[in-house]
Structure formats: structure tokens, C-alpha cells
Design a protein around this ligand. Sequence first.
Ligand code: CTP
Length: 402
Amino acid sequence: MVNNKNILLGVSGGIAVYKACALTSKLTQKGANVKVIMTESAASFVSPLTFQALSRNPVHIDTFDEKNPEKIAHIDLADWADIVIIAPATANIIGKLSNGIADDMLSTTLLATQAEVYVAPAMNVHMYAHPAVIQNMKQLEQWGYHFIEPGAGYLACGYVGKGRLEEPESIIKAIESHQQREAFLAGKKVLISAGPTREQIDPIRFFTNRSTGKMGFALAEAAADYGADVILVSGPVAETTTNPKINRIDVTTASEMYEAMHRHFEGQDIVIKSAAVADYRPKHVFDEKMKKQDGEWHIEMERTRDILQSLGDIKKEQYLVGFAAETTNPLEYGKKKLLKKNLDAIIINDVSSEGAGFGGDTNMVTYVNKSMKQEEVSIASKREVAEKILTFIDRDMKDEAQ
Ligand code: CTP
């Protein structure tokens, strides 16, 4: 799992720094690209040259010691890393990180990275049990940092108890098994539609809806982070994605979305239609701007094709998931759509409730599968809701396969 991964190892100052040397060596032997940042105090325990030799990369200590004038080192390293490991993590670096302090190369880089961070603490048994340290670790856990608990035993300070840096092999094993659990969609192909569609009236006017694509993009990002290869068919939105595992296809109209979804449908494992597709479009599109006239203007509308229904009609092995945006009787209407469109699951969105639906950064939904098993996802960020939805889908696919 660490093979070919870019691993940034943050080494803070404690006697356990010597174990970080073994960790560097074992990671590189397993095919990882390792770069090391040391704190000043870590460098008092072991020479940076040791880490440089073991990682075959320059070691960073000072934020202002810029080795390459074309790059800002702490941002460059933060972006480069797939995984960050802090080992040993002292009470000091844990305290700084949990309070957003960035006063040296390691703490600054840690604030700048979006990579998954594993923290392997090492300190005296009483320090580890101090309420401040416990509170700081809890805070970091809430923010999504992963802890590799220290072992118990004889500590360098003379005490016997918990606080000994976990052995390098165990640190790697813990990271690998976590990464494996995290990558539950590895090898899976996922097709997602997002955002609104735009139905042209004339060259400057169109019908659309309030969808911003945030939920669909959150699903795409989460699926990619879980290891899937994602195709994201998006209507016109302001959202962006730089994830290399997401192939974004931009469309404008319901008809273009229909074509794109059908073109990529075959061979997909999971298809999620979170887009808010126009049900009607103007029957005639004017080539030139319509000039205002006295009296009323009636625009004749015609039905668009229901993309989800058409996919439900032809689906074979794909696990097909729809959304239902409702303002009244959400569960009743949602379940009807699940059956009518031949879906495997539906995500019911009561768009009238506070904190849910279009535009916002949060959502709350009900996930219903085709056995009518129903699960509530209470209000959370769209990313967290996306993660829960994908976990339900994965569980149901595995249950079905049995
Ligand atoms: N959908 C679609 N193509 C359409 C309309 C809707 O693929 N032309 C999909 C949406 O992407 C969503 C699901 O159908 O996954 C439900 O969309 P929604 O707007 O809630 O419902 P409709 O099917 O349009 O039904 P109604 O207008 O009766 O609520």
C-alpha cells in the first residue's frame, strides 16, 4: 500500500527520533518516496544527514531555508505528500497542530497539507495522560487525524507505562491496513452526474434551477479518495476539482447530459445521478435575442427525457442510485421513484428543511435501498454525507454479492 506513495515524515524532538530512522529505511525499502521534515530539537537527537542518507532526499528544518527559488518549500511538500506521518509526535507538536500554530517548518507544512495525516505520539507516561494532551488529541481526531497509539513499556525517562513510540513495522502496518479500509472502492468505476442543466430560450436566456453541484462534486471527490476511477458529468457550476482520479465532462443541457451518461454507462460499477435535470425545455430555441413586445410572452415547453429512468431501463450490473429532491412527502415520493425508475437505492433530499438541499455546504438525507431499508444521515457537511452514502452503497453491493 505504501509502494510508490509520496510520504512526508515529520520528525519532532524526542529520544524516539532514532526509531524514525528505522521507519524511513523501512518505508523506502517498501517502495515509498520519503521526504523528511525535522524540528530543531529533533535535529539535536539525530543528525539530518542520517535521514538524508536513508530517504535519499534533502531534509527540511528551517522554513526560510528555501532550497529551490522556484518553489515555496512548505507548500510544495504539503502538496507533494500523499500521506503524512508524524513520528515521533511530541506533546508540543500535537499541541501546536491542535491550536493552528505554525511557527516552524513542520507545523507550517502540517497546516498547509491536505493529505491524510497519521500521528504516532511518544512522550512520558504522565505527559500522555495530561488533560491538555488528551484534549489536543481529541481535537485532532475530530478533524480527521489518525493516531497510532504508543505502546506501553519501559520509557527512556525511566518510567514504565504508555508513551513509547510504536515500533516502525507496527506503524507501517497500521497505516497500510487503514489505507486498505479507506480504499474500499479501489478498482471500481463510478459515474456521477452533478449540478443543474440549462435549457436555452434564445442566445442570452435560459431556464435552470438552484443546483450548485456541491453534493455531486463531494460524491466524486469522496469516491476518488476511496480509490474509485470517477467520471463526473457536470452541468454548468462554479465547483472545481483537481483530483487526478476524476475525469470531468462538462455539459449544458439535459440532452447533452443524457448523451454523456449513456456514452459512459457501460462497464460502470456504480452510477449516481445527483444532477438536478430540467424536466422541461423550451420547444423552440430562438436563434436571435427575443425583443420585448407589448403583452404577455408564452413559452411553449416540452418534456426532456428522464435520464435516470432510461438508465434504469437498460441497467445490467450497475448499482444505480438516484436522488429525489422533494418539498412534500419526501419519503413517499422518493420510494415511488426508486421503484418506478428501477433503482438500487435512492437518496431522498427534503430540500425544504433547514441545512439541506441546494446551494449550502451541508445536507441531510435519507438513504433507501431496494429492500426498503432506510437510513437517516443527519445534518453534516456534503463531504461527510457523501462518505456515508458511499459506505451504504458499498455495504449493499457486498451484501448483494453474497
Ligand atoms: N432525473 C433525470 N432526468 C430527468 C429528471 C430527473 O435523470 N429529466 C433524475 C435526477 O437526476 C434524480 C432523479 O431523477 O436523480 C429524481 O429527480 P427529481 O427532480 O427529484 O424527480 P423527477 O423524476 O423529475 O420527478 P418529479 O418532477 O415528479 O419530482
